[in-house]
Design a protein around this ligand. Structure first.
Ligand SMILES: N[C@@H](CCC(=O)N[C@@H](CS)C(=O)NCC(=O)O)C(=O)O
Length: 200
């Protein structure tokens, strides 16, 4: 299968999953400004929504939307530890993927957009800080976002925390988040994926 990605962007979450599961895959880099793939194809023809990740199966079928891709992959392995199969443990992961995707990831939009006003950037930062404060409290009680066990939601959160660090957002006020980021960064599939994306 092929993973369409851009270094350090949210598909890193899926990249970690592929490495962790030991699945054979090929990475295809996408330039998110020109929407061209590294092999010169128009990315809009691959994913008309224009964003990454897209997972292309060997059959040619494509899956988009990070939570859907993560769930698809996890179902290919019984009792996959980063995405529980059923019941409340699964729903907690789904709940966190939705929260991280819609309430945190998307709030970074104005920070990535050079055309955003200072006011819009400040509002986005405030929103992100509120969300981080909530997660910091959760991590006061347990080691990972859903429980004391790591899940794919922790990997997604880690990817977002790397953006926060790159943008010099002040994480010092969130000690539990900092510990979480460090712990997840040490996970072997994370290390491997960061290296493969040229990020370390
Ligand atoms: N809802 C999508 C969001 C994906 C997304 O925002 N991807 C970003 C990178 S982290 C992107 O490709 N941005 C470029 C664009 O929107 O054109 C998902 O969950 O997969």
């Amino acid at each position: 299968m092929k993973l369409y990605y851009s270094p350090g962007a949210c598909p890193l979450t899926i990249h970690v999953l592929l490495n962790d599961m030991g699945i054979d895959y090929q990475l295809v880099r996408v330039d998110l400004k020109s929407h061209q793939t590294e092999d010169g194809r128009d990315y809009y023809k691959i994913n008309p929504k224009g964003y990454v990740p897209t997972l292309e199966l060997d059959s040619g079928e494509r899956i988009t939307e990070l939570p859907a891709v993560a769930q698809y992959l996890s179902e290919s392995q019984q009792n996959y530890h980063l995405f529980p199969e059923k019941g409340l443990p699964k729903i907690r992961v789904v709940e966190w993927l939705a929260f991280i995707g819609s309430e945190i990831h998307k709030s970074f939009g104005p920070l990535f957009n050079s055309a955003s006003s200072d006011e819009a950037k400040k509002a986005a930062q405030d929103k992100i800080n509120n969300r981080f404060a909530y997660i910091d409290q959760v991590l006061e009680q347990q080691a990972y976002v859903t429980s004391d066990v790591m899940s794919i939601a922790d990997i997604y959160l880690f990817v977002i925390l790397t953006w926060a660090s790159n943008m010099k957002l002040d994480l010092s006020q969130f000690p539990n988040l900092q510990v979480h980021k460090q712990k997840v960064s040490e996970y072997s599939a994370v290390q491997k994926s960061l290296k493969e994306e040229g990020l370390m």
